[in-house]
Design a binder for this molecule. Structure first.
Ligand SMILES: *[C@@H]1O[C@H](CO)[C@@H](O)[C@H](O)[C@H]1NC(C)=O
Ligand SMILES: *[C@@H]1O[C@H](CO)[C@@H](O)[C@H](O)[C@H]1NC(C)=O
Length: 438
């Protein structure tokens, strides 16, 4: 039944115009806040220390390697949750679980087509790899292009690159999949299959989030190009290049050239000089989607070879404007957007139409460090730390998203996942280290 049908119209007609980018940056670190930040950080670290083991799982069923789960309602292996949780907990012994999570995904990658068999848990409609073999169903979806980067984080930390050598063909197949299936020949842009695949389930960039929704028509598939997928893929090629170098194999330069082409397409087609950020783009309708969302910060994370200092500065100005940066961190969607809300939504989609998400803030902060915006990075981390600490004081646990207006936890009580970045983010920012640099 399709009476919820909303035609997948190009989002352009719905776009609100963003406020003019601020000239001076309003986000210098607040000295008065320093004391609270230290208390918040120590509370958050303590919580991680007593709970991190809940994210570790031993091999089970089709998952032959140890892996990570997000916690709370999510007891499955998820792609980007694993990468960020594994990164967060390296000093607490996560490397084998991070490496194992990536190996499980590689095991489920078809070495010819590069498709990843992910599993659909019928009770939660979560894209996941459940530990229950009976849950395994091939799906039209695909893992985010972050798996090679995840493997690289584990390899860099342990110095053991060889453990992934036997997955070389799987890595190559994954990258080839994006090239063959997701690259728009006209623009050189790469697309998400649907918004849910991007991990930002109901983000306003898409007119229809996924096939799980009544509004879906097949024309919606593979139409959304956005700075997040471009950044992921850029980094994914660089990560593969590093593995090839470490293994003493040829091909690293070729991968670096492919990365450059991805950055070029992102900059040539998506950049909007007036708005000062990379738009999203519908490759089917050829419309630009100019909504300001958290993904506008992601190109910072591609590093200084990918975007110019001028563009990085414009992006930082835009993302620290008051409609994007609130008291508790960067909003998933601008408060000026007509769809902006902080409602408690989890099924069928987690809410990315306003709430604060920890992963996107930390990624943006790491990206800021790469371009020398150390103060702004500190501000983001202080604010997110404050939300995490306030949640612990109030409820004794964490949630997957935070109300951008009052900082309160919204959904998925018990969530750990990338919120555990709270364990290391203050130290990284203090030392000006981006541990995700490729
Ligand atoms: C393995 O997975 C099954 C199904 O999800 C679960 O019931 C069981 O407790 C798991 N075993 C271990 C050792 O984790
Ligand atoms: C892109 O445009 C096509 C054609 O208008 C539409 O069907 C599709 O849903 C749009 N994609 C997104 C992500 O909004």
């Amino acid at each position: 039944m399709h009476f919820l049908y909303i035609a997948c119209l190009p989002a352009l007609s719905l776009a609100t115009s963003p406020p003019p980018p601020t000239q001076s940056n309003p986000t210098k670190p607040d000295i008065a806040r320093q004391h609270a930040y230290e208390d918040d950080t120590s509370l958050v670290k303590k919580y991680v220390l007593s709970n991190y083991r809940k994210t570790y799982r031993e091999p089970n069923g089709t998952l032959e390697h140890p892996y990570l789960v997000p916690g709370g309602p999510y007891d499955q292996s998820w792609d980007w949750d694993s990468v960020f949780t594994g990164l967060a907990l390296l000093d607490l012994g996560s490397a084998p679980y991070l490496a194992g999570s990536m190996k499980n995904f590689f095991d489920q990658t078809n070495s010819i087509t590069g498709e990843v068999t992910i599993c659909v848990d019928p009770t939660t409609t979560s894209p996941s790899c459940s530990s229950d073999p009976a849950d395994n169903q091939a799906s039209g979806s695909h893992a985010k292009p972050l798996l090679i980067q995840g493997a690289l984080i584990a390899a860099d930390f342990t110095g053991d690159y060889e453990q992934f050598h036997s997955y070389k063909n799987k890595m190559a197949a994954l990258l080839k999949y994006w090239e063959d299936v997701r690259k728009d020949p006209n623009t050189g842009l790469y697309t998400w299959h649907d918004q849910m695949e991007s991990g930002a389930d109901n983000l306003v960039l898409s007119t229809c989030p996924s096939p799980r929704s009544g509004c879906w028509v097949d024309a919606c598939a593979n139409s959304l190009a956005a700075p997040d997928v471009m950044t992921f893929l850029y980094r994914e090629h660089l990560a593969f290049a590093k593995f090839l170098d470490e293994w003493g194999e040829d091909g690293g330069d070729e991968e670096r050239e492919k990365a450059e082409l991805i950055a070029k397409a992102m900059n040539d087609v998506l950049w909007n000089e007036d708005d000062g950020f990379h738009h999203a783009h519908n490759v089917t309708s050829e419309y630009d989607i100019d909504f300001a969302t958290y993904v506008l910060g992601f190109p910072l994370w591609a590093g200084e070879d990918a975007i110019t200092k001028e563009r990085a500065t414009a992006i930082v100005n835009r993302i620290t404007s008051p409609d994007m940066l609130g008291e508790w961190g960067v909003r998933s969607t601008s408060s000026e957007n007509e769809f902006y809300n902080n409602e408690d939504i989890i099924t069928p989609y987690s809410n990315w139409q306003g709430p604060i998400w920890v992963n996107s803030n930390v990624i943006t902060a790491y990206g800021m460090l790469d371009h020398g915006f150390d103060d702004e990075a500190l501000v983001l981390v202080q604010r997110v730390m404050a939300a995490l600490a306030a949640d612990l004081r109030e409820t004794g646990e964490w949630h997957e998203d935070y109300n951008a207006e009052d900082g309160k936890g919204i959904s998925a009580a018990g969530f750990l996942s990338w919120n555990t970045l709270g364990y290391r983010m203050a130290d990284d920012i203090a030392k000006k280290i981006n541990p995700t640099k490729v």
